[in-house]
Design a protein around this ligand. Structure first.
Ligand SMILES: NC(=O)c1ccc[n+]([C@@H]2O[C@H](COP(=O)([O-])OP(=O)(O)OC[C@H]3O[C@@H](n4cnc5c(N)ncnc54)[C@H](O)[C@@H]3O)[C@@H](O)[C@H]2O)c1
Length: 431
């Protein structure tokens, strides 16, 4: 039976490398579709936790994870050698930035070095991690060929970016359309055959570079539009115009406008990082992405804008940040997730501490976090605690929080997420 037949009959064994927000839902989808899946992760703790049916990924139903583990369809390992039996390997490892804000592709390199030890004919390797155009060809296809295999004949290599949106109840792995670009036509065909077995819609591109660039265009589009609206918000603040009403008004136009919302900055593993992967690569072609740099600058300065505006809000009330006791509500990087990576709320927290405030936080998804000054635990929200704060800053807005209770019991609220839409209470000040 050839590889295509094996995939179509669900007899192909799937390996998934990196079992985080991306790799875990993917593994479960393959297992639910009937494939045998070997998940590999370098974190021993994660392997133990997942094997026991536990995960921190909120979008995953515990029952789904337990079912595929109990049925033996998903097995989780801390050891790459199990991949010797895999017919298809999806790589979903992190692609962060290093200290100097350049792409850190060490996780992909590590994964490929390990996979090279178990290469065999009729193997499909798909990279899903977001990365700069050329990675799949340079880091995977070339390495495969160095090992003596011909890409497109012996081993198939493709890129297919994951587009998952944590916290999104409507769209998940199965119903988010997939784009795929292989090194050769046969690579694309086999990769699309694999993903069609778990994903409703698949769109094929002509090369891995096109597929890599699709993901970067999508996330750069978000970063730039968020920056535009953040800049508009800062301008409206100076002019005394309500940006939220402006966006609501503009959104009534049925074509040519798509709403984006201002906030204390961008976070997570995608929007702040991915455009930098692109601009870094572009520089090697002597091309400078001014939009990306400008958006990174504007979005990166939003925590400071929030703190400066809070300074003004308190000043008008003869108060200062120094000596104030403040409460941050929502410490995660966006609404309805439990992810703190690159969260702008952490930056606001740090800046307020540096200015001499005593800062507490409440987050319905996060019990504690650490910064350079130590560990902080989420406070309990009650009338007494709320009344003790000079100001409550709403930085992210989770659906499971009782904002009316916060409104009733707080002295002053700085709302950066328009939670109190249309509220005319003078104690609410918007971004
Ligand atoms: N989180 C998102 O919303 C999202 C959405 C779309 C795309 N992506 C992209 O997907 C990729 C993965 O992101 P994520 O959010 O799932 O990351 P994550 O940190 O949640 O998970 C990555 C997992 O990989 C493991 N790992 C790290 N290096 C490894 C290695 N060499 N071998 C095996 N396991 C390894 C880690 O222990 C971790 O469990 C990134 O490129 C990211 O940009 C993320």
């Amino acid at each position: 039976m050839n590889l295509e037949e094996k995939i179509k009959n669900k007899e192909a064994v799937i390996g998934v490398v990196g079992l985080g927000y991306v790799g875990l839902p993917l593994s479960i989808e393959f297992a639910k579709a009937g494939f045998f899946v070997s998940g590999v992760d370098i974190s021993e703790d994660k392997v133990k936790k997942l094997s026991a049916g536990n995960t921190d990924v909120l979008d995953i139903k515990k029952d789904d994870l337990v079912d595929v583990i109990d049925s033996g369809k998903l097995k989780i390992y801390n050891d790459y050698s199990v991949l010797k039996d895999a017919d298809c390997i999806c790589v979903t490892v992190p692609t962060p930035l290093n200290k100097t804000k350049e792409p850190d592709i060490s996780h992909i390199k590590y994964a490929i070095d390990e996979i090279k030890k178990i290469l065999h004919k009729d193997l499909l390797i798909v990279l899903e991690s977001t990365t700069y155009p050329g990675t799949t060809r340079e880091l995977i296809a070339k390495e495969v060929e160095k090992s003596g295999y011909e890409v497109g004949r012996d081993i198939y290599v493709a890129f297919s970016p994951e587009r998952i949106d944590p916290g999104n109840k409507k769209f998940s792995t199965r119903n988010i359309p997939r784009v795929i670009g292989g090194i050769t036509k046969d690579c694309t065909r086999l990769a699309s055959c694999l993903y069609r077995s778990i994903i409703d819609k698949v769109f094929c591109l002509d090369s891995s570079e096109e597929a890599e660039m699709v993901k970067l265009l999508e996330n750069t589009f978000r970063s730039v539009n968020i920056a535009l609206v953040n800049e508009m918000a800062m301008m409206c603040d100076r002019m005394g115009v309500n940006i939220w009403k402006v966006i609501e008004g503009a959104s009534t136009k049925p074509f040519g406008f798509m709403p984006f919302y201002p906030g204390p900055g961008i976070g997570g593993h995608c929007i702040p990082l991915d455009p930098i992967y692109l601009s870094w690569k572009a520089k090697s072609y002597n091309f400078y992405n001014r939009f990306i740099d400008l958006a990174t600058d504007i979005n990166g300065n939003m925590p400071r804008f929030v703190v400066n505006k809070l300074q003004r809000i308190l000043n008008e009330r003869n108060r200062s940040i120094k000596g104030s006791t403040l409460l941050i509500v929502g410490i995660t990087y966006k609404n309805d997730v439990n992810d703190l990576r690159e969260s702008p709320s952490l930056e606001v927290f740090k800046l307020l501490e540096e200015l001499g405030a005593k800062v507490d936080f409440f987050d319905s998804y996060i019990k504690s976090f650490n910064n350079d000054n130590g560990e902080y635990r989420s406070i309990e929200l009650n009338e007494k605690s709320l009344q003790s704060y000079e100001c409550v800053l709403i930085l992210t807005a989770h659906k499971n929080v009782d904002y009316n209770f916060i409104l009733e019991n707080s002295r002053l609220i700085f709302d950066t997420r328009n939670v109190f839409k249309d509220c005319e209470d003078s104690k609410v000040v918007r971004l």
